[in-house]
Structures are given as structure tokens and as C-alpha cells.
Design a protein around this ligand. Structure first.
Ligand code: SAM
Length: 227
């Protein structure tokens, strides 16, 4: 019976790979990843050479069947995504969902998590906002459901965490400024990377800081909002 390891990988700083993740990546027969170009950077850093199969959200069923067959033949497989914990707002979850679904014989393999980095949890850990209970909301929808998303943020009884990209960070903070101008916000940019920055304040205050230097708008963002 093969083992499918779901491995969390760094969200920026390559030193954040756990010892266990490193050992398992060295031992598996095959690595299934989101984008081979991204995963190769990690593998090269640790001098790992393994067959890579890329998995995208819209991959054909035949790829799922192939992975299922490999597991049934007793092969051990690692699943990684571009960054962080597979399945948390990335296509990793879809693969696990399909592999635990109808098409595949679940008796033929075991799934083992190898925990590690996650951008939302890293942001919460330095936010200073209560994190005993929190709500993770993924990415705000671009169009349909966007207003509802922000209504939910406003109504939340706990700290809210969500992801945003460089393209929409100002738009999203602008919308937060409209619906929740008084809320305490922490915006985390480029966590664990060279230009890691943490901005704290109201939406309006953070917009001002981001607009003061166009470099502040570059990279990846996590937004944490107090209740
Ligand atoms: N699976 C990942 C995880 O465990 O965090 C999240 C994948 S999701 C496709 C990518 C989003 O996560 C980015 O758009 C950004 O909002 C957030 N993110 C990932 N790495 C980050 C980093 N180093 N700093 C800030 N946000 C990050």
C-alpha cells in the first residue's frame, strides 16, 4: 500500500521546510506539485532529484487515475503546492478530495499529513489580535459574492483572516474602509521573505502607508481583522 504525504512547504524562506518534510521528499518515489517551476526551486535548494508531476485544479481525471494507480502499486508520493500547506486556498485540496472520492479505491493507500508553514497562521501569530478562535475566509471573491464577503467580515464575532494579491490589495482595503473604518487591521506582506512588512492600523491608515511607496504594494498579502 502506497502512502500519499501531504507536505507543507515554505511560504518564502526556504529554511522553513521541516526536517521531516525534507526526509520524506528525499524518500518518496514521485512528487506531485502545482507548478513544477516553483517546486524545482525548493528541490534544487535541498539537492533533491525526483520525478515531478504537475497537478492543476483542472487536471484531467486521467492524472488522478495515474496517481491512484501509482499508490495502488505501492509507490509513495509527496503532494506539495507552490507554497504553504496544500489545500489551504490552493489546488492541493482538490486532489486530495478526488483521491478520497469515488473514482479511487481508498483501501489501496494511506494519506499522511506533514504539517508546516501556512501564511494565515503565520500572520495570526504576529497579529496581536485574539486567535483562540478565528475565521479564515480564503480570498475575497472578485465580483459575485464580494459584498456578502465583506458583510460577513463586518459581522464576524472573531478575528478574521484572509488572503489578498498585489493586484487587489488597495481595492480590498478601500472596501474595508467603507464597511469597517473603525476596525483594527494587520496587513502582512511577504512573510518570511526579504521585504517582509507588517502594517497595523485602520484601513485608511494602512492605505496611506501602502500608497506612500509603490514597493509597499508588491508581493503577497494576508489581512487580519479584529472583531
Ligand atoms: N497554501 C498556502 C498557505 O498555506 O498559506 C496559500 C496559497 S494561496 C494560493 C496564496 C496566497 O497566500 C497569496 O496570495 C497570499 O495571500 C498568501 N501568501 C502566501 N505566501 C505568503 C507570504 N509569504 N506572505 C504573505 N502572504 C502569503
Amino acid at each position: 500500500m502506497g502512502i500519499l504525504y501531504i507536505i507543507a512547504t515554505p511560504i518564502g524562506n526556504l529554511e522553513d521546510l521541516s526536517f521531516r518534510a525534507l526526509r520524506v521528499l528525499k524518500e518518496v518515489d514521485l512528487i506531485v506539485c502545482e507548478d513544477t517551476r516553483q517546486t524545482i526551486k525548493l528541490l534544487n535548494h535541498y539537492n533533491i532529484q525526483k520525478p515531478l508531476v504537475s497537478y492543476f485544479q483542472h487536471s484531467k481525471l486521467s492524472k488522478i487515475e495515474y496517481i491512484g494507480e501509482q499508490l495502488a502499486q505501492g509507490k509513495n508520493i509527496a503532494l506539495v503546492t507552490d507554497a504553504g500547506t496544500p489545500g489551504i486556498s490552493d489546488p492541493g485540496g482538490m486532489l486530495v478530495n478526488k483521491l478520497t472520492g469515488e473514482q479511487v479505491n481508498k483501501e489501496e493507500f494511506k494519506i499522511v499529513p506533514i504539517p508546516g508553514p501556512n501564511a494565515a497562521i503565520a500572520a495570526l501569530s504576529i497579529s496581536g489580535l485574539p486567535a483562540d478562535k478565528f475565521i479564515f475566509m480564503g480570498f475575497p471573491p472578485h465580483k459575485k459574492g464580494r459584498n456578502k464577503f465583506f458583510d460577513e467580515v463586518l459581522a464576524a464575532k472573531y478575528t478574521v483572516v484572509f488572503y489578498e494579491s498585489t493586484h487587489r490589495i488597495l481595492k480590498t482595503l478601500g472596501q474595508l474602509n467603507k464597511v469597517a473604518p473603525q476596525k483594527n487591521i494587520v496587513v502582512c506582506r511577504e512573510l518570511t521573505k526579504q521585504f517582509e512588512s507588517i502594517y497595523r492600523g485602520s484601513a485608511q491608515e494602512i492605505i496611506k502607508i501602502l500608497e506612500s511607496d509603490k514597493n509597499n504594494l508588491k508581493g503577497e498579502f494576508v489581512i487580519v481583522i479584529g472583531k
